[in-house]
Design a protein around this ligand. Structure first.
Ligand code: UN1
Length: 511
């Protein structure tokens, strides 16, 4: 593939103000590198230096110095800089979307959609920058005023996953910035190039606005780099997206120093298909939810729970729909399904398929790995559907692949019970035209997930809502609504404008 962005061939040195903060020790003999292969065609597309501990320390020191200045910039002015970033992402939407698609393997449309989410959160951030509202309260003492205000936290560590290599960073970074924080981003070691591209894209905006160096930092590496962020008391908040295993380790480490975390971890999302469903709506939502991004979204539909009286009908319709799926290069817009991220993901797909067979699961749509022309990377798999039982360990776990489990229910109570009976709690949906069913699903005795939808699928959440989930999903909320509060510290203020000193609870204290 042609170089589509002015990407640096060398790590940028200290003293530059590009928004790309890389240092490397010239005397170091064996530079560690990350190789980025495209799962689309198996080509090596970039070699990126891995940050060392001393690189990391310099990055954090620079970030701290930048914070001292950035927090003084009025929030609407910070919003204006985020607005300009949004303009840059509009300008480079096609190039960045293409690179996302090529490096990560999601379809071009989804790559472009991911960049659109960046643009959207920039727009949201501009508005947010004028709405960092605190409350005022009525004091119980005479001539006193009480209020709360929100101050920035400091340096925010962002650990992002390969499946949304750029959008998840932007949800965190754009909001963190308008709140007055500075960011150190550790992208997935599987998608370093798209992260470098983002830093390049915003570089001009940072330079043109004289933003202090260190407001937007990038470190590269695997688990070790993530652990530096987790252990480091200079990192006020660690926002981590990825597996539950990774999240637990980050949570434990950060809690050990009483730091703050924002966690977006695994999902095991189900759609309940009631006998009152409009199947013309439900089927496309299920298919897109299950096979979009080759089943590698946290919000991917992994289970469908179907009312027994329409089970056969749903089965037939899904069979028909899956037969039309076209698998192939994500860069070719005529295909629906691209590759998995790498061969390790293919192995985990195979192991899961094996486990389903051993448990006696019947495949309605057979799994398989594609080979031959166009599939040389070895990362293309067939989306499959298995009839299963909710309690099977394989169903209880999240496998990042297009494997859909078909489950059956008789009463709505049973459907909701099955929907909730997994360790994860991210996204959920019901398809029904019955208002009583819909309202029950959304009520206290309904879905236990962070996202619960009616007549729309589990994936495709908009940036305007708070995004995140419960239980092993980690409890964090990012993006819209009042998610900005996670990036700020609340301060309660009481001011006495009177001439006496009334103590609380009517206490008198004679001197
Ligand atoms: C993720 O998979 O990490 O709702 C995020 C969706 C996207 C975000 C997914 N807007 O599918």
């Amino acid at each position: 593939m042609q170089s589509i962005l002015p990407l640096p061939t060398q790590p940028v040195k200290p003293g530059t103000s590009t928004g790309l903060h890389f240092w490397h020790d010239e005397t170091r003999k064996n530079l560690n590198v990350l190789d980025s292969y495209s799962p689309a065609d198996g080509q090596l597309i970039a070699r990126v230096h891995v940050s060392t501990r001393s690189d990391y320390d310099k990055v954090v020191e620079t970030a701290q110095a930048a914070f001292a200045e950035w927090r003084l910039v009025p929030a609407p002015r910070r919003g204006e800089i985020v607005r300009q970033m949004g303009e840059q992402f509009r300008r480079y939407k096609r190039e960045l979307g293409t690179l996302v698609s090529y490096e990560m393997g999601k379809s071009l449309q989804e790559g472009l959609g991911e960049v659109q989410e960046i643009i959207d959160i920039c727009d949201f951030g501009v508005g947010q920058s004028r709405q960092l509202y605190g409350l005022t309260m009525q004091s119980e003492r005479p001539a006193h005023r009480m209020l709360e205000q929100w101050h920035p936290l400091g340096v925010i560590g962002i650990i992002s996953a390969f499946n949304f290599p750029v959008a998840v960073w932007s949800w965190n970074a754009m909001i963190a910035w308008v709140c007055g924080n500075v960011c150190v981003w550790k992208p997935s070691e599987k998608t370093p190039l798209t992260a470098l591209a983002c830093q390049q894209i915003i570089g001009d905006v940072l330079r043109n606005n004289d933003v202090p160096e260190g407001v937007s930092c990038l470190i590269t590496g695997g688990g070790e780099a993530g652990e530096w962020l987790a252990r480091d008391p200079r990192i006020a908040l660690v926002s981590a997206t990825g597996s539950t295993r990774m999240g637990k380790s980050v949570a434990e480490t950060v809690a050990g120093r009483l730091g703050k975390t924002l966690l977006e971890l695994g999902g095991n999302n189900a759609i309940i298909v009631s006998e009152h469903a409009d199947l013309d709506l439900a089927i496309p939502a299920i298919v897109f939810g299950a096979v979009g991004t080759a089943g590698q979204r946290c919000t991917t539909t992994r289970r469908i729970i179907v009312q027994e009286s329409i089970y056969g009908d749903v089965k037939n319709r899904l069979k028909k729909a899956y037969a039309q799926l076209r698998i192939g290069s994500p860069l070719d817009e005529t295909y629906h399904v691209g590759p998995l991220i790498d061969r390790a993901a293919v192995t985990s797909y195979q192991q899961t398929v094996q486990e389903i067979r051993e448990l006696g699961g019947q495949f309605l749509i057979e799994p398989g790995i594609l080979d031959g022309l166009g599939f040389e990377s070895g990362c293309y798999v067939r989306p499959c559907i298995a009839e299963a039982k909710n309690e099977w360990p394989v169903v209880q776990r999240e496998t990042f692949a297009p494997i859909l489990y078909l489950l059956k229910y008789s009463t709505l109570e049973d459907a909701i019970r099955q929907q909730n009976a997994v360790p994860q709690g991210l996204s959920s949906a019901i398809f029904t035209l019955n208002i009583r069913e819909a309202e029950r699903f959304l009520s206290t005795i309904g879905s236990d997930c962070g996202i619960a939808n009616v007549n729309i699928g589990t994936s495709g959440a908009e940036i305007g809502g708070a995004f995140g989930g419960e239980k092993e999903t980690g409890g964090g909320r990012e993006s819209g609504s009042d998610a900005w509060k996670a990036y700020m510290r609340r301060q309660t203020n009481t001011i006495n404008y009177g001439t006496t000193m009334p103590l609380d609870q009517g206490i008198t204290f004679e001197l």
